[in-house]
Design a protein around this ligand. Structure first.
Ligand SMILES: [Zn+2]
Ligand SMILES: [Zn+2]
Length: 278
């Protein structure tokens, strides 16, 4: 009998639901970074095309087109919300129709840096909610120091009509509960492995099983034991270990739960799990 490969179909692979593959400036090529992810059992990734301009959205889509198990999102980060004029919106709207674009974002509200005025961030968020509704694709939210305002917008604009995700969750347990009540999925970042992780471990333990995702947000926020270094999708396994322990699950169970949730959130067929990568 052949020795079992840990990545055989008996073990569900990991899904890094949020990474920025083409903003990494890693020492190695992105292909090597992706290769290390796959070697670690991280088979699926969504690369976020949503930083400070349309070039990132285009780069993310281009990346997704090169790999059958990488998909893209398109949006503009709230810190750069001033870039969202009508022309930019139309470009993103066009990109969003592409079948490899599986989500809108990241959008949201970031009052920590506040590089864009709050009202401009809020207006951009409303437009991205509209785009999510129009395309039927889910919305990736970036929320920092802005839960009250962001959840109020979600409640009054598009509630029940879109599927939102709070990526890189760093709020309180109460904020987590309020977001879930509004239909949000919650994605737990590597910060959950830090000694000072606030209430992230409480939230990671509490999130209803059907709403839980994990992510790296690479190249930022590497989990322990790589904190301070460049993060990469391979390290989502450390976050998985921590979240599994918090929930009293094995890592394999946690991988199975979060990967199936991620496929469902991004509108991808669970049948992907039955197929092997070429
Ligand atoms: Zn973010
Ligand atoms: Zn991000």
């Amino acid at each position: 009998m052949a020795v079992s490969d840990p990545r055989s179909s008996a073990v569900t692979p990991f899904f890094d639901t949020h990474c920025h593959l083409d903003e990494g400036s890693w020492d190695d090529s992105v292909d090597e970074v992706i290769g290390r992810a796959r070697a670690a059992g991280v088979r699926f990734m969504v690369t976020i095309g949503g930083n400070d301009g349309l070039d990132y959205a285009r780069a993310a889509l281009k990346r997704a087109e090169t790999d059958p198990e990488i998909w893209a999102s398109v949006g503009i980060h709230p810190q750069h919300a001033t870039l969202l004029d009508d022309d930019a919106y139309e470009v993103l709207r066009e990109l969003a129709r592409h079948p490899k674009v599986v989500a809108i974002g990241e959008s949201g509200l970031d009052y920590y840096y506040e590089t864009a005025p709050r009202d401009v961030q809020q207006a951009a968020l409303r437009r991205f909610i509209d785009l999510a509704r129009e395309t039927g694709k889910p919305l990736i939210l970036h929320i920092r120091d802005a839960y009250d305002d962001c959840l109020a917008i979600l409640e009054s604009h598009g509630r029940g009509e879109i599927t939102p995700l709070v990526h890189c969750f760093t709020g309180t347990l109460d904020e987590c509960k309020r977001a879930v009540a509004l239909g949000c999925y919650i994605s737990i970042p590597g910060i959950v492995t830090y000694k000072k992780a606030g209430e992230i471990p409480d939230a990671a333990a509490w999130v209803p099983p059907g709403r839980l995702l994990i992510e790296t947000d690479a190249p930022w926020l590497a989990p322990m034991p790589y904190r301070g270094r460049k993060n990469e999708p391979a390290y989502v396994t450390f976050t998985a270990e921590k979240v599994a322990a918090l929930r009293g699950l094995s890592v394999a169970e946690l991988a199975d739960l979060t990967t199936r949730n991620a496929l469902r959130f991004y509108g991808l067929p669970a049948a992907l799990l039955g197929e092997r990568a070429a």
